[in-house]
Design a protein around this ligand. Structure first.
Ligand code: FEO
Ligand code: CA
Ligand code: CA
Ligand code: CA
Length: 600
């Protein structure tokens, strides 16, 4: 039932009102339910969750903490595999009396390590509805936990390089575990790509590395002058590899895109070095016009860059032997955005320039192709391990925290969530990042040349400059601002089968809970942003995922109750169990009560 572009065909539900309720709110006519939450049994022998009696052995078999990226691989109409990232842990909400990693028990540290990573869980549809629930009986042979201690391997041009060698792995090919996996994507061959994001926060004794390494530590957000950073989880007390003074290269083994095959629970997750090392929000794939695989990626820190990888060889449907290594050989690019309005018109008020658009042209600057570096003075392995340093040298554009980047499967446009950047000064604004002290963020749209994901040049514009629509420094693609929802801090983006853009938020600065929004990107409804869902107190909205049949929308409710000063003795959220229960990060599904399409 796809409709022609230009028709008034946006979602028709009535937007929910912003709120501060400790619940998941959905529009009239919709229902929601928890699918799976922290501590739920995943592997055989997993005990029922018991907040007061946690163990690392139990956690390693249970659903992890702080669910983030969510995707569903359907096994027919009524069964599926749900993949979920577990980004990080809130020890001060998980454990009574917790102060910091130095005072923590070693068992608490091991629990936190086991609560990171990811989960594969079998799920089933409830009757004929859009509701899905955890399968709790039968073999569940695909169910899997991946943690900080899962054996992995490196592939691609930097695998085996000196920069990745450690005492425990003298060949530099067998890293252990993944850290801070935030967003992600899928591949055409049915695997997950998961991004290691803020890996810098897990290491100690950066002041003890060789002098020559210190600038690289600093460039990746690790102090080279501090021994034990405040709030450090002290994984080094359990595993020595987190001590940089003893194992300076260990940090180079995290910050990668990790590929996981959910259909093979015995498979070794792969860190794909050709996709570079940065604070990877995630990676989402599309195909170039000639069939090469393209992965779009954001580096989520202030003043960081947008990247893409294009494979050398083409994807061939069904030819696994060809496809499985496509992400090991190709070109890694970084984006430069050039505005088309005079710099004097980007004046720091957030007002539009005279041509009525924040827009311009851009190019993808190659950093490395296969094992050939394009950056003077750096080898291919150095470009891939110290990707930020390479991008600095080629004049890429410093952005307002690039989070999810994803291509619209209907229009071919590529959308970048730029979540916020309160550190940008008036002297630092440019047309692609036009607001100083940008606290609400914006969405950037890229149209690749000839609408080909393999192109090296593009046009771009900002269809959405976020905030309260009453604020003149906001823009909703020219749509009537009296009819749109307020939005702040876009983080994850997704598309439904009609090509509508779904946006989830993290850290809204508008005084209400975070939520999920939808906005058509073409036709007369372009810019008509509406809020579909809100999450409980202290939570951010992750995922999101609109199922292929458009009957279900999944969101990960991450860190409910994460508010200043909250503890297990004084929780700020009791979601989802209610009463006096402790908050539990959980994946939620919402569906239309009468079986309608999501958004209808
Ligand atoms: Fe983990 Fe970029 O959000
Ligand atoms: Ca312009
Ligand atoms: Ca975020
Ligand atoms: Ca995120």
């Amino acid at each position: 039932e796809a409709k022609a572009p230009g028709r008034k065909d946006g979602p028709r539900f009535t937007a929910i009102a912003p709120n501060t309720d400790d619940r998941v709110t959905v529009p009239a006519g919709y229902l929601s339910a928890v699918v799976v939450g922290w501590g739920d049994p995943v592997l055989p022998g997993a005990p029922a969750f018991d907040f007061e009696n946690q163990t690392a052995a139990a956690q390693a078999k249970q659903f992890g903490y702080n669910c983030d990226y969510v995707t569903l691989f359907q096994l027919g109409q009524h069964r599926g595999l749900l993949w979920v990232n577990h980004e990080y842990t809130d020890e001060n909400l998980m454990f009574r009396g917790y102060t910091d990693g130095t005072a923590a028990t070693e068992e608490q540290i091991r629990i936190a390590m086991a609560a990171h990573g990811g989960s594969v869980v079998e799920v089933e549809r409830v009757r004929a509805s859009g509701q899905w629930r955890l399968v709790t009986k039968g073999s569940r042979r695909y169910n899997r936990r991946i943690t900080v201690q899962t054996q992995m391997r490196f592939t691609g041009p930097a695998a085996g390089s000196d920069l990745l060698k450690t005492a425990a792995d003298p060949k530099g090919t067998t890293p252990v575990g993944m850290l801070n996996n935030c967003a992600g994507g899928t591949t055409p061959w049915g695997t997950v790509l998961s991004g290691e994001e803020n890996f810098n926060q897990y290491f100690v004794n950066g002041n003890g590395v060789p002098e020559a390494q210190k600038p690289y530590l600093t460039r990746y957000g690790v102090s080279a002058t501090t021994g034990i950073p405040n709030g450090n989880r002290r994984f080094d007390r359990v595993e020595e590899r987190f001590d940089l003074a003893k194992h300076p290269n260990e940090i180079n083994r995290t910050g990668w895109i990790v590929e996981i095959d959910p259909f093979d629970p015995d498979s070794t997750p792969i860190k794909r070095t050709a996709l570079g090392r940065l604070a990877h929000e995630g990676a989402t794939t599309s195909l170039a016009a000639d069939g090469r695989v393209v992965a779009y990626m954001g580096d989520d820190s202030r003043f960081e860059y947008v990247y893409k990888f294009v494979s050398r060889k083409r994807y061939i449907p069904g030819f696994d032997r060809n496809n499985r290594d496509l992400l090991d050989d190709g070109t890694l690019y970084v984006a430069r955005f050039t505005g088309d309005s005079p710099a004097t018109e980007i004046d720091g008020t957030g007002g539009l320039p005279a041509d009525g658009q924040f827009d311009g042209s851009g190019e993808w600057i190659p950093l490395v192709t296969g094992d050939v570096s394009h950056v003077p003075g750096m080898t291919a392995a150095e470009v891939l391990v110290h990707t930020r340093v390479a991008a600095d040298k080629v004049g890429a554009t410093k952005m307002d925290r690039p989070e999810d980047v994803e291509r619209n499967p209907v229009t071919g446009g590529v959308y970048v969530a730029l979540t916020n950047n309160t550190n940008r000064t008036p002297a630092q604004v440019d047309e692609a990042n036009p607001r100083p002290a940008n606290k609400h963020g914006h969405i950037l749209e890229i149209v690749e040349r000839r609408n080909d994901a393999g192109a090296t040049t593009f046009a771009w514009s900002l269809p959405l400059v976020c905030g309260d629509p009453n604020d003149p420094a906001t823009y909703f693609a020219g749509f009537d601002k009296t009819k749109v929802s307020a939005i702040s801090c876009p983080d994850n983006v997704a598309f439904d089968a009609d090509g509508n853009l779904w946006i989830s938020t993290d850290g809204s600065q508008l005084g209400a809970n975070d939520g999920l929004f939808v906005m058509p990107v073409r036709g007369s409804e372009r810019g008509h942003l509406k809020q579909f869902l809100s999450v409980p107190v202290g939570a951010e909205t992750c995922g999101p995922l609109v199922s292929a049949d458009q009957r279900s929308v999944f969101v990960a409710v991450q860190h409910p109750g994460e508010t200043n000063g909250a503890t297990p003795e004084a929780p700020s959220s009791h979601w989802p169990d209610g009463g006096t229960a402790q908050p539990r990060p959980s994946v939620v599904v919402a569906w239309h009560a009468k079986g309608g399409k999501i958004g209808s």
